[in-house]
Design a protein around this ligand. Structure first.
Ligand code: PA5
Length: 429
């Protein structure tokens, strides 16, 4: 359909052959069976698979009503969370929400920078504020510290009862310090389903509430994910774009292409890249395996790491992410004296020029030894973003099984925490 995202393996010739795709297909079938029969590693975290189909109408209405309430009484929403409890929301808002709009969504708790928090609180001193604190475990250090400080700011501003009406906690059904705190203090809560891990949770209340606060149509987002779910049920490399992408990635990885760059051509996609990077790194980087995922925001980064991509070590492959049709563009004006020598572009719009930059870059990188494929979003819309979220989740699930890892856990992130807690004197460490 014209409105659907697509995957174009345009520049892999000479790097990935039809024979290699045929060879890997039985492995794809095995991965498909593990996922669909729900008997592979991490099968207790497969709630994201049917979520777009099964999401409850009552829950969607409650999210929309809460977002309306937040917008009616505040100039700003502070969204506190890190990793999977943060990146998908930010990706959606940065892509689809006008940067300079009045109702602002601010982010906190995704770092330990006191300076960032101080600037945020100073900025919001004279504004009306609501807070959505999001943590599945309810015990993650960064958001917990930010919440303690911001809760204190709200209580000073509105009093305990006033603050209570402005704090919403998105967390586990029963476990964790945040759940216990919300119950004790009477804060409104939304539940993160037990069977959905952080990085697969953007289409739960984790993402849906703050995304709705940014006036993005969450029903369109879900509709997109639902349609992509239906488009990725069949185990067929030509009909299922997740499977084709997963197969190509693994073929390239096995031939020494250890680094994948997701390169977008839109500065508003920066956080989409960040979300993708976390999803792929945490899902595949374990058991001494894993493609190293990194991102480029183009054309900006062509002037920073473009040199390395073109001529550095040939251990890279690239996945472009482009929007086919942009609504709002600027036309380069004609200049009488043409001092900047740009009249050859007069009358051309910026999107046209950006597209030629993409055409040129994909061809040049391919000729320089970097195989590349392209994910095309037909338009910048909630529907297409919903499709994209689901497409990438399904891809990494299959890709993880293809490389023999559990794509749904992240045991490695505990190592630094244990050491840090010891250094900080946390009881029990
Ligand atoms: O994907 C993941 O599981 C992680 O990135 C978590 O989302 C992140 O560590 C935050 O965890 P929590 O939501 O428990 O605060």
């Amino acid at each position: 359909m014209g409105n659907d995202i697509s995957f174009d393996p345009n520049y892999v010739k000479g790097f990935v052959s039809q024979d290699e795709l045929d060879e890997i297909f039985p492995e794809v079938q095995k991965a498909h069976d593990l996922l669909e029969n729900k008997n592979g590693p991490g099968n207790e975290f497969l709630g994201w698979m049917d979520l777009p189909e099964t999401i409850d109408e009552g829950l969607l209405r409650e999210i929309e009503d809460t977002a309306s309430d937040i917008k009616s009484k505040s100039d700003a929403l502070i969204c506190i969370g890190i990793g999977g409890s943060y990146l998908g929301t930010r990706a959606a808002i940065e892509l689809l929400y006008p940067e300079f709009a009045r109702q602002k969504v601010f982010f906190a708790g995704h770092n330990l920078s006191g300076e960032h928090l101080r600037e945020l609180i100073n900025e919001l001193e004279d504004k009306d504020v609501c807070v959505n604190v999001i943590s599945k475990s309810g015990t993650t250090t960064e958001p917990a510290i930010a919440f303690r400080i911001i809760e204190d700011f709200l209580i000073k501003k509105y009093g305990t009862d006033g603050a209570k009406d402005r704090i919403i906690c998105t967390t586990d059904r029963k476990k964790g310090a945040l759940k216990a705190m919300a119950d004790k203090k009477g804060y409104k809560t939304f539940v993160i389903p037990d069977d959905i891990g952080g990085r697969y949770s953007v289409l739960t209340p984790v993402g849906l509430l703050p995304i709705a606060c940014a006036d993005i149509n969450i029903r369109d987002l879900i509709k997109g994910a639902k349609s992509q779910r239906e488009r990725s049920l069949e185990c067929d490399l030509e009909k299922n774009m997740s499977y084709k992408y997963a197969a190509i990635r693994n073929i390239l990885y096995r031939k020494g292409k250890r680094i994948e760059i997701l390169s977008d051509f839109d500065y508003k996609m920066f956080f989409l890249g960040e979300w993708w990077r976390q999803l792929f790194a945490e899902s595949e980087g374990k058991d001494s395996k894993g493609i190293f995922p990194t991102t480029c925001n183009l054309t900006t980064d062509l002037h920073s790491i473009g040199q390395l991509i073109q001529q550095g070590e040939r251990n890279i492959f690239e996945t472009f992410l482009v929007v086919k049709k942009e609504d709002t563009t600027y036309v380069v004006p004609e200049s009488k004296d043409n001092l900047d020598k740009l009249n050859y572009l007069a009358g051309k719009d910026l999107d046209f020029i950006n597209k030629r930059a993409y055409d040129a870059t994909s061809e040049a990188h391919f000729e320089g030894g970097v195989p590349n494929t392209t994910i095309v979003m037909p338009e910048r819309s909630a529907f297409c973003l919903g499709q994209l979220f689901y497409f990438l989740e399904k891809t990494v699930a299959i890709s993880g099984y293809l490389s023999g890892v559990n794509p749904f856990d992240q045991p490695g992130v505990e190592a630094y925490k244990t050491k840090m807690f010891k250094l900080l004197g946390k009881p029990g460490y």
